[in-house]
Design a binder for this molecule. Structure first.
Ligand SMILES: Nc1ncnc2c1ncn2[C@@H]1O[C@H](COP(=O)(O)OP(=O)(O)OP(=O)(O)O)[C@@H](O)[C@H]1O
Ligand SMILES: [Mg+2]
Length: 583
């Protein structure tokens, strides 16, 4: 319950509408619970049991009969207004909740995405929020409306009790209350068990589906269709199974309540016969009982919905409560454009338990291009990620221009960095827009010039619609080399003093490779640059080389220095050469 309360911040901005919705809801409740039995009693009494000697005029009878549609009309108007305002607030709450979650996700570091997979996040953002919103709103509206209806109906019964001495009717009603509570307890216990499981199933299914879409190629070339279908079916079946289990308990409550209501009515019949109760009193009691039972039924249904929603509330809370592993500084140091001197001092780092960076110490002077070399898994990418503050070290510090990265606002630091990942991702947009994202308000000339510097201009010109060509989802309509050149154009456009480049390991076409090399050489000029090097040509052109082995920096120097003094480098270098030879 406490967890649900936090979501009421989303309700706050539409509190006015909500209050009106509740007021109309309360009026609706009062019309139903109290108004209807009273009117029925009045109308039936006038029509069937009037003792006066002079007959009523037609107009009077019509007037009395009209009371009935009037109360129904009032009830309908209040119900409609309350329903509309509730829906309005409900949609607003959902909009705010989604926006907040999405906004928070944007601020989370890379480490967050290692804990949650994309399908799961998607389910939380769409499905879970919708369910929480619906329970939140039905809770807000029904919490006043239904109890008021019960209060109205019970007041009517009390009124009868005092004016006509019908105490027994009240007793029948109270005797039934424990019977309402018992099934709720049983249903509650059982549903709780299955609700969470069904929800995990749904999010698992979303994950399998999204993975399947990401791996369209692999599924086809490795003939994985059958195993994918099997994996999907297992989760799909389990969802059905748990939902069915839930339904089993959920569906029990309705007939049970109806049976209870019918029993109450039959007891009232027996009582009515022996006590000589008159027809109008009897029918208005019937209506009052109906309007007592019906809201109780709804309240119970709401409480079961509530149970179903609790696991979702927890799932959303997990996202909202995530504490960033890369927090913003409390007293940030203002930086403008950095010079780019990078320093690692006694840096240790582990992804989970396994230490993958041990006691790294290095100072890279501003404007130095560095190649990071080492066998696979040696820690090159980890070093680059720490330098970009995608992660914080376990101990020690990473500094830029002598300032600890933890003391710089993340946004300020990132605005100084350019990064070309191994496999750049393009947005499903035009080539032009894909380059222009690198700089706010970039002019056309700047974008074209950046593309030229990255040797992308010529191939872009040859595309069907030139710069206006749509690149397809993730840029699938372009080749690997073309995507890399667009990523390089982004860096030229941003023109940052510090660049991290992860070279593509897969072989690019010779043409692309030569162009990319030339573009990278141009970028190196006067910039601090970390290049995770997979190619001999890159190693040859950089000023310095950092040699990694098993999570440690084993040496740092120029190629000529290292080839003489570093056995490990010599080994790696010869390996590279022989690879080149076999090509
Ligand atoms: N997100 C992660 N979670 C857990 N362990 C990781 C993660 N990323 C890397 N590792 C581990 O950290 C170690 C260093 O990985 P890193 O990616 O830095 O190697 P690398 O030198 O870049 O290798 P490669 O040349 O193959 O890219 C490896 O043993 C790897 O298994
Ligand atoms: Mg790597």
């Amino acid at each position: 319950m406490k967890k649900l309360l936090r979501f009421f911040v989303y309700v706050k901005p539409c509190v006015k509408q909500l209050v009106w919705a509740i007021i109309f809801g309360a009026l609706f409740g009062a019309c139903s619970g109290f108004g209807m039995p009273v009117i029925f009693d009045k109308v039936l009494r006038q029509i069937f049991m009037d003792q006066s000697t002079t007959p009523h005029t037609v107009g009077y009878i019509i007037g009395v009969a009209m009371l009935l549609p009037t109360i129904f009309a009032l009830r309908a108007i209040f119900g409609y207004l309350s329903g509309y305002l509730m829906t309005f607030s409900s949609l607003e709450v959902l909009r705010r909740m989604k926006k907040d979650i999405f906004k928070r996700i944007q601020s989370y570091p890379v480490a967050f995405f290692e804990n949650f997979n994309s399908g799961d996040l998607l389910t939380r953002l769409t499905n879970d929020t919708a369910s929480v919103q619906s329970i939140l709103l039905s809770f807000s509206s029904e919490i006043f409306r239904q109890p008021l209806q019960v209060v109205g109906a019970v007041s009517f019964l009390l009124f009868l009790c005092f004016t006509k001495g019908q105490v027994v009717v009240l007793l029948i009603f109270f005797a039934a209350v424990p019977f309402c509570i018992l099934p709720v307890q049983m249903i509650r216990k059982n549903m709780k068990r299955f609700a969470g499981k069904a929800q995990w199933g749904l999010s698992n299914m979303a994950q399998i589906f999204s993975e399947n879409l990401d791996a369209v190629h692999e599924v086809r070339v490795f003939n994985l269709q059958d195993s994918q279908i099997k994996k999907f079916s297992e989760v799909n079946d389990s969802i059905k199974w748990y939902s069915l289990k839930m339904a089993k308990y959920e569906l029990m409550q309705q007939p049970f309540m109806e049976f209870l209501a019918a029993s109450m009515v039959s007891v009232t019949f027996v009582y009515a016969y022996f006590s000589g109760i008159d027809f109008p009193t009897f029918s208005s009691i019937g209506i009052a009982l109906y309007f007592t039972i019906d809201p109780i039924k709804r309240i119970i249904r709401m409480s079961t919905d509530f149970i179903k929603t609790m696991p979702l509330v927890e799932r959303i809370s997990e996202i909202l409560d995530y504490t960033s592993t890369v927090p913003e500084p409390e007293n940030p140091v203002e930086i403008g454009r950095i010079r780019g001197e990078l320093e690692f001092r006694d840096v240790n780092f582990a992804y989970k338990d396994r230490v993958v960076m041990k006691n790294a110490n290095i100072v890279i002077p501003a404007g130095t291009s560095c190649a990071l070399v080492g066998e696979s898994g040696a820690g090159k990418s980890t070093f680059a990620k720490l330098a970009m503050r995608l992660y914080d070290p376990l101990s020690g510090s990473v500094k830029i221009d002598g300032i600890d990265l933890k003391d710089i606002r993340i946004k300020d630091f990132i605005s100084n960095i350019g990064s070309v990942p191994q496999y750049p991702v393009l947005f499903n947009d035009t080539v032009y827009n894909n380059i222009a994202i690198a700089k706010e308000n970039a002019t056309k000339e700047e974008v074209y010039q950046a593309a030229e510097l990255a040797y992308a201009h010529d191939f872009i010109k040859e595309l069907d619609n030139g710069y206006d060509t749509l690149v397809g989802e993730r840029g699938d309509r372009l080749s690997g080399g073309q995507k890399q050149r667009i990523a390089l154009a982004r860096v030229f456009l941003k023109n940052p003093p510090f660049i991290v480049l992860d070279e593509a390991t897969s072989a690019l076409d010779v043409n692309s490779e030569a162009f990319i090399q030339k573009a990278v050489d141009k970028l190196m000029h006067e910039r601090t640059m970390l290049i995770i090097a997979h190619r001999f040509s890159t190693i040859r052109n950089v000023k310095k080389i950092i040699v990694f082995h098993d999570g440690e920096i084993v040496d740092f120097g120029t190629h000529d220095e290292l080839i003489v003094r570093c056995q490990h480098y010599k080994h790696l270098y010869n390996q590279q050469l022989s690879k080149m030879g076999t090509k």
